[in-house]
Design a protein around this ligand. Sequence first.
Ligand code: PHE
Length: 542
Amino acid sequence: MEPAQLERAVVDAIRSTGLVANSRSFAAKLKVDHDELVAILNSMYRRDLVTLVQLEPELEYKLTDEGALYAQCGTPEWCLYEALHSSGPTPVSELDRLLASFWKEAHPGCEMDGKKVAKIGMQQGLKQGLFVLDKTSRPPRLVCVESTETDAVHRARCLQEGLRALHSGSAHAAATGPVQDTTILEEILRRSLATRLKLKIFSVSAGPRFDQALVEQLTDLTREMLLSDSWESAVFKAFNFEAAGVAPMDGGRLHPLLKVREEFRLIFLEMGFTEMPSNRYVESSFWNFDALFQPQQHPARDAHDTFFLTEPSFCSRIGDETASAATDAYVERVSLVHDQGGYGSRGYGYRWDLTEARRNVLRTHTTAVSARMLYEMAQELQDETARASFHSRRMFSIDRVFRNETLDATHLCEFHQVEGWVAGRGLSLADLKQIIAQFFRRIGMSRLRFKPTYNPYTEPSMEIYAYHESLGRWVEIGNSGIFRPEMLQPMGLPPDIRVIAWGLSLERPTMILYGLSNIRDLFGHRVSLKMIRDHPICRIGW
Ligand code: PHE
């Protein structure tokens, strides 16, 4: 029976007689399982539709598989008794054959195992006194008791009928028929033909909200209901604050790189830096290389190291949407400084090619962004008063860069670069070391070493090493330098304004902070979502 049907039956019974006096007999009347009815009653009780009063528990007997089989085909001893009764004394070795032919006639369709039944039946029947073993004959024979009215025969018949009653009447059969003889019931239990359960029985009457039974409970308040005022008479389903809810809630998590990026960003902001707009992944070679005084034959500009775009391969005009006569003039100055030098430099002495500079690349470093921002700053400083009031400027970015690298445990084709620069009058190498040390101290690295290196766009240039306390060794952490006059002065920056800059990857400190040794565990398709889910917030300091 459907739960809704069952609920209706309960409601109807209460409406007509005011009460369901006994849940067990009610279930028997409806021919449903008592447990099923009780589940519905409990649900109605929770909705205040009914009141339940628990009655004295009743016993219920449930047949085991063996008991059910005997209920259908007869107990082994009874089958044997009946077979012997009609065939007369039979040799023990022929009992199974006797049973087979007996079943064929009396119980076609019985599928009991003749050998097994003969064995159990003989044991039980001899014990109960249904037959005796005549050992005087050769071979020994089983002989039925004469009278059909002995106590033993009566009991055996009762046991068999008891099983049948339990089988057909299930729940309430124990209260009727021969099974009322408690010694028979005990025997059934002793032989494990049935088990005994204590049933919780209820009497059911109308609850405080009985009148709302069978009324559809609404879960949504709709616009139509508000407009038609039908909400006033509607019955709404009560909130169930005890409901366990959908478990487990699985919200999004921040990737470790994002957490570390946020920490770095806060440190930069606290130090008075402004974030550069770094959303331009595709850059012209001009801003990525030429503006940075990187010669056009430089090996870094090779397809081995840089991703070139095929579509579109070239940008239309350097300076893009903001291109102007001023940018054209700047491009011309860049061309000259590459070809012939200037600002105290001898240049590279080759023929700079504008087409090469228009080639689109995936930016290989965010220094391209720095170049754009410095050029913009130089334009602002063309104004006399702006120049006079200029004191210093600090900018940073943390974003993606792309390099045509061979993939290995520490290299990917793309990574995040943390880049910062400070522009000010007369800044020196001492300022560079001091500012960089200040930044790295904030990200938890206080023991630094600088090693001279070469960058086309900085002079002097220094690699930065930090002592990793838990690894117990020096690790290379970044690159830095003071931007060259060959880069800054064509932009139009006054010669006394110097720019200190440095860059590092976001991945390296993140791997150290999170104890990862393979970059592919941090970035890319192999990253375990569990790692992302389980890792705690980032704590700078290592
Ligand atoms: N652009 C450099 C790199 O890609 C980092 C750097 C930035 C070096 C600024 C010096 C100055 O490694």
